[in-house]
Design a protein around this ligand. Structure first.
Ligand SMILES: NC(=O)c1ccc[n+]([C@@H]2O[C@H](COP(=O)([O-])OP(=O)(O)OC[C@H]3O[C@@H](n4cnc5c(N)ncnc54)[C@H](OP(=O)(O)O)[C@@H]3O)[C@@H](O)[C@H]2O)c1
Length: 277
């Protein structure tokens, strides 16, 4: 049975931590209904404190769970206005050393997951005469910056391509698409990062792997984006204050994209390669 059809409703994936959880709480405080989805709702306490947040179990790679969660959220709230594809993780390391399962999982969570959720919502949005998908990407989805991130780049570039490509078929249906390119954000865990194991016989990547481990282990929070800035950007998109297709957050992402757009790709790649030496 519907609980409240007057308020706007947002459906968010990956609300157990980081950006997803902050976004759920922010929209609840704004008076929206929130369908907060996560893999382990049984472990969640904080989100249960809000009367307008309902929890739904959802692993975005599990098609049955996606359909069940989407149906249950629609049943609970009557109408969903905005869907945020936030769930994500990163696998990092030399492609040569990646486990097959890690390659597939990177694509399954960051790319196939949003596809699953978008497809599950399209009948509802068509029936409502519109809706909005906000896809959480990264500046790593529009440019490259460091070695050993190729699979993460691949997954977010694919998400960007999916979102751009869908514009043409969903715009006539009044279904809006938005992308957030966030940089590194403090306060977010990015808990699911995987850095794969070394191979004792293949040592050529060791130095790069040491640098990556140091970079990930010693993230300087003062250099990272404020997660509240990202949450505010999501709110501005959901409420129509900002209608940009791509919203880039943070100095790092903005300067990298400005460089990428202003020089030939060969020059960009060589500049970044030298920065990483
Ligand atoms: N943090 C950064 O520096 C950064 C930079 C650029 C882009 N991003 C993007 O921002 C988004 C949010 O990340 P975050 O920084 O907030 O990291 P986070 O704290 O690790 O949050 C990631 C969320 O995704 C969920 N998730 C992972 N695999 C899932 C699956 N198969 N099904 C459903 N949920 C799943 C996690 O749930 P569990 O607790 O169940 O694992 C968690 O709730 C991601 O799309 C990420 O790629 C982050």
């Amino acid at each position: 049975m519907s609980t409240n059809t007057a308020a706007q409703t947002i459906f968010i994936t990956g609300t157990s931590s980081g950006l997803g959880k902050l976004t759920a709480i922010h929209f609840a405080k704004m008076g929206w209904n929130v369908a907060a989805t996560l893999r382990t709702p049984e472990n969640e306490q904080e989100l249960r404190q809000y009367g307008n947040i309902r929890l739904f179990k959802l692993d975005v790679t599990d098609l049955d769970q996606v359909r069940t969660a989407v149906d249950a959220a629609i049943e609970a709230f009557g109408k969903i206005d905005v869907v945020v594809n936030n769930a994500g993780m990163g696998t990092y390391g030399p492609l040569e050393l990646a486990a097959e399962k890690d390659i597939d999982w990177q694509f399954a969570v960051n790319t196939r997951g949003p596809i699953n959720v978008i497809r599950a919502f399209l009948p509802h949005f068509r029936q409502n005469g519109g809706g909005m998908f906000i896809n959480i990407s990264s500046f790593m989805g529009v440019t490259t910056a460091v070695p050993l991130g190729s699979l993460y780049n691949m997954s977010k570039f694919a998400l960007e391509g999916l979102t751009e490509g869908l514009y043409y078929e969903l715009k006539p249906l009044n279904i809006e698409l938005r992308l957030i390119e966030q940089g590194g954000s403090s306060g977010n865990n990015f808990t699911n990062n995987i850095i794969w194991n070394r191979d004792e016989k293949i040592t050529v990547y060791d130095e790069m792997m040491d640098k990556l481990s140091a970079l990930m282990g010693n993230r300087d929070n003062s250099q990272l984006d404020d997660p509240q800035e990202i949450v505010d950007a999501i709110a501005d998109l959901a409420t129509g204050v900002n209608s940009k297709f791509r919203t880039v957050i943070g100095a790092a992402g903005n300067s990298l994209m400005a460089l990428r757009n202003s020089v030939p790709i060969e020059e960009y790649l060589e500049t970044m390669a030298q920065n990483n030496r």
